[in-house]
Design a binder for this molecule. Structure first.
Ligand code: GTP
Length: 197
């Protein structure tokens, strides 16, 4: 074993759970991040989908992100608590052109709070406004988004799963925040550029 091998610790694994209403773009976000693809055709997620992606954070830290893509219809169902359990990060996703998907995040967040209230460590929660390629159709004001973040101490993200805009950065920032790693400007700018389709 070389010196550099022995210095390298094992990969860190983080469980990230993606929640939000049906059609807000959770599967698209996960596939854009993990597979760098986007499908225009809507295919409802039944229950749960699961993606893995390894990223490297500053300090040569290898992190494997387990992305749990939870179907929008699972709210109120028996399995949702189990999916959320043990998450280090929660992505609350809404569609910026769909007010209802934003309003309903309150319900999703209530489930998260209920599941995690007795945990020793609380997950990091990120508010993710998706479909920013449809800015001209935005119905959820940025102010509202920011207020929701401030009131609950969420990190704030705007992305487009369609163009890839800020998707890698979103996951990278969440992973870095969970692990207490500060990203500098250059590292954030190095994030993969959007590949327009
Ligand atoms: N314009 C645009 N469309 C998007 C974007 N993200 C997703 N979509 C479209 O929105 C629809 C729903 O996307 P999904 O990713 O399947 O939504 P979901 O949240 O996983 O839905 P459920 O499986 O029902 O929970 C699809 O037709 C996608 O192509 C985006 O960033 N921009």
């Amino acid at each position: 074993m070389s010196d550099s091998d022995s210095e390298e610790g094992p990969d860190r694994q983080l469980k990230l759970v993606v929640l939000g209403d049906g059609t807000c773009g959770k599967t698209s976000l996960a596939t854009r991040f993990a597979q760098e693809t986007f499908g225009k055709q809507y295919k409802q997620t039944i229950g749960l989908d699961f993606f893995l992606k390894r990223i490297i954070l500053p300090g040569n830290l290898n992190v494997t992100l387990q992305v749990w893509d939870v179907g929008g219809q699972t709210i109120g169902g028996k399995m949702l608590d189990k999916y959320i359990y043990g998450a280090q990060g929660i992505l609350l996703v809404y569609d910026i052109t769909n007010c209802q998907s934003f309003e309903n995040l309150e319900d999703w967040y209530n489930v998260v709070k209920k599941v995690t209230e007795e945990s020793e460590t609380q997950p990091l929660v990120a508010l993710v406004g998706n479909k920013i390629d449809l800015e001209h159709m935005r119905t959820v004001k940025v102010d509202k988004h920011q207020r929701f973040c401030q009131e609950n101490n969420f990190s704030s993200h705007f992305v487009s799963a369609k163009t890839g805009d800020s998707v890698f950065l979103c996951f990278q920032r969440i992973a870095a925040d969970i692990l207490g790693i500060k990203l500098n400007k250059a590292e954030m700018e190095q994030s993969q550029p959007p590949s327009c389709q």
